[in-house]
Design a protein around this ligand. Structure first.
Ligand code: FE2
Ligand code: FE2
Length: 205
């Protein structure tokens, strides 16, 4: 039978492993994606709402983190993946959506055109673009809409991480304070508090 001491050691090891992995991901993002991270576009990304409750910036970071984590798992299975291509692809994949209301006339047009716009933004930000990056960005909407499937495993990684992160955006909302983006949980919490107050005041009267 496992003793509490033994259990706590395992939990500590898991926590340390996770923390090390987070640090490794951060290092990879800063090492390969520094030009994108320092850009004006990335700053603006935190000011535009995305997936209803989040920002383009937070969504981008979620996609980049998940993509690199999937790459580590694939490498453990001896599957070769290019982390620089994935990092730059993930960080730039939605930068073309900035200013969507001015650029696109409908949601459909936005969904089809923003990957191409993102490729243009990436070209302007990164001087030495890894081989597969443009394809990763251009086909990141797959399997949604009219997008064709990516030509590389790195493209599939970013596409899958994009869909997973979109769900996370909807469920978790914005975790960055003062972005001006509505936070789903705060809004819902406020509604519940108001209902309780109303109920109590009705009972009192
Ligand atoms: Fe997108
Ligand atoms: Fe996205």
């Amino acid at each position: 039978m496992r003793t509490p001491y033994y259990e706590s050691t395992i939990h500590r090891q898991i926590r340390e492993k996770r923390e090390n992995r987070k640090d490794r991901i951060k290092d990879d993002l800063m090492h390969y994606g520094n030009d994108v991270l320092q850009s004006e576009e990335m700053k603006k990304a935190f000011e535009q709402t995305h997936h209803q409750w989040s920002t383009v910036g937070e969504h981008t970071f979620r996609v980049a983190f998940s993509s690199v984590m999937i790459c580590y798992a694939l490498r453990k299975l001896n599957i070769k993946v290019s982390i620089p291509a994935v990092v730059i692809g993930a960080l730039c994949h939605d930068l073309g959506i900035l200013g969507r209301n001015e650029k696109f006339s409908s949601a459909r047009e936005c969904s089809i055109e923003h990957p191409k716009e993102s490729v243009e933004v990436a070209r302007g930000l990164v001087s030495d673009m890894p081989d597969k990056t443009e394809d990763i960005i251009e086909r990141h909407m797959w399997p949604i809409g009219e997008s064709e499937a990516p030509n590389s495993i790195e493209g599939v990684v970013v596409s899958v991480a994009d869909k997973y992160s979109a769900v996370k955006d909807l469920v978790k909302g914005s975790e960055v304070k003062n972005t001006g983006v509505k936070n789903y949980f705060n809004t819902e919490k406020q509604k519940i508090v108001e209902k309780i107050k109303q109920k109590t005041s009705e009972e009192d009267s």
